[in-house]
Design a protein around this ligand. Structure first.
Ligand code: ATP
Ligand code: MG
Length: 449
């Protein structure tokens, strides 16, 4: 049997006066679905998982299991198996006994041997059954922990960063195994991670959380291609999307442009529907998002329809073997997205609730905060159109504002001025609140699922 799991406006507060660490979360997980909860550290992922497992009380809202109200159901009655990051095996039991332990508790007097052996075969750990956890490597221990979850034949798996203690190679290997196993078993799985590439490779759907608030839920393709806001855009995809501060100019009778510091993108006429929507942003600051595939190194003469030229100064080259990531300085100001990766320091005010403060306000605050640290930023007063000035020379600047992928055969050197083409079909524009305005929010995705 496999379970449908529904959360309706579920919130969690740890103390009576505390803020909501999970804030009105609604999510419907279909039977057999593999759903990944993705978000930065401290955003509430484990709390959500623990509420589903029954290990944490739900402060407000409803949990439904197969349509039945389940807020008060004890964990043992939920028929779910949890796998944690830290393996959590009994050190004084062999792998065989660790895997068989929950079965013995469930059905005392029944020999779990058959199921343990079948599970061990499935995971390829037959040779490890007589060893103790102290005699196993990290990867082997995690396999045994998985075995303990699988052997019970639960109706759902809840996995909390089960691979994050393992090295990269083993993580990739076990990731593929988990994917294959859960699909074969057809069991609903909720998988928590802060690693976007893990989320993208595993999930049927990915739910992105930020400070306890669901930002978007969709297939990996959909959240990548049509991120609802600047946070999702920045959290998903490597290399990270380039986010630049832009200003929309739409003079009557003139071409519409988005200026990026000293340069600008001229939107081709006739304007596409999506670009027409930008007209209302005339004179406003926006955040321009360009994934690395939206920019290529080529001369203006090579432009295809929809591509517009800019130039960039090579600041840094990152060799990756099969490709090179080139960090360009285009003279524009990078937009910094708050809350993206760092855990929130204790006592920091909850900025989400300040309806009157925009993302750009927060960027400005962040820029001021960064001045105190080691990362310098480009700063100019909002609403002025003067070219951005460099922050004082004592502050090292970020290495470039635009990262572009290219093949290793292109000969580039630090300090070269290089022609670039921006493909406007891949242009993202976000408003001052960080919400996507281009492609238009009601854009119908043309995605082959
Ligand atoms: N028992 C608790 N009492 C008070 N606050 C808690 C408790 N458990 C978690 N929190 C807070 O709730 C928030 C969400 O925590 P949670 O463990 O769900 O985050 P997470 O997304 O799993 O983070 P990580 O990726 O670091 O594991 C954090 O701010 C955390 O400090
Ligand atoms: Mg956690």
């Amino acid at each position: 049997m496999t379970r449908a799991i529904s959360l309706h406006d579920v919130s969690k507060t740890y103390s009576s006066k505390g803020t909501r660490v999970v804030d009105r979360l609604s999510l419907d997980i279909a039977p057999g679905e593999f759903l990944v909860l993705l978000g930065p550290s401290g955003c509430g992922k484990s709390t959500v998982l623990r509420m589903i497992a029954g290990l944490e009380e739900i402060t407000e809202g409803q949990l439904l299991l197969d349509g039945e109200y389940a807020n008060d159901l004890p964990p043992a009655g939920r028929d779910m198996a949890m796998v944690f990051q830290n393996f959590a095996l009994y050190p004084n039991m062999t792998s065989r006994d660790n895997i068989g332990f929950p079965l013995r508790i469930e059905s005392p007097g029944v020999d779990p041997g058959g199921r343990v052996d079948a599970t061990a075969r499935m995971l390829g750990i037959e040779d490890l059954l007589d060893r103790f956890p102290g005699q196993l490597s990290g990867g082997e221990r995690q396999r045994v922990a998985m075995g303990r979850a699988i052997a019970r034949h639960p109706s759902a798996f809840l996995m909390d960063e089960p691979l994050s203690n393992l090295d990269a190679k083993l993580r990739n290997h076990l990731r593929a195994e988990i994917s294959q196993l859960t699909r074969e078993l057809g069991v609903t799985t909720v998988y928590v991670t802060h690693d976007q590439s893990e989320a993208m490779s595993l999930g049927d759907r990915v739910a992105v959380l930020r400070s306890g608030v669901l930002q978007q839920v969709g297939t990996p393709r959909a959240v990548y291609a049509l991120p609802r806001n600047v946070f999702v855009a920045a959290f998903i995809g490597t290399p990270r999307i380039n986010l630049l501060r832009g200003l929309v100019r739409a003079p009557l009778g003139g071409a519409m442009t988005i200026s990026l510091g000293k340069q600008f993108l001229r939107l081709p006429e006739p304007l596409s529907l999506d670009h027409q929507m930008l007209r209302v942003q005339q004179g406003r600051e926006v955040i321009v998002g360009l994934r690395s595939e939206a920019v290529r190194i080529a001369k203006p003469a090579a432009a295809r329809p929809g591509e517009v030229p800019i130039t960039g100064l090579v600041e840094h080259l990152e060799f990756q073997g099969h490709e090179v990531l080139v960090h360009f300085n285009t003279g524009s100001q990078p937009a910094v997205v708050p809350d993206l990766e760092a855990p929130r320091p204790a006592g920091r005010p909850d900025r989400r609730r300040r309806r009157d403060s925009t993302v750009l306000d927060r960027l400005r605050e962040r820029a001021v905060a960064l001045r105190a640290g080691s990362v310098g930023v480009l700063e100019r007063p909002i609403g002025t159109t003067a070219a951005p000035e460099l922050a004082p020379a004592t502050e090292p600047r970020l290495p470039g504002d635009l990262v572009v992928r290219t093949t290793p055969d292109i000969q580039l050197r630090h300090g070269m001025q290089v022609p670039l083409l921006v493909d406007l079909a891949h242009l993202f524009v976000f408003d001052q609140d960080g919400d996507r305005i281009c492609p238009a929010p009601d854009h119908v995705p043309d995605l082959e699922e």
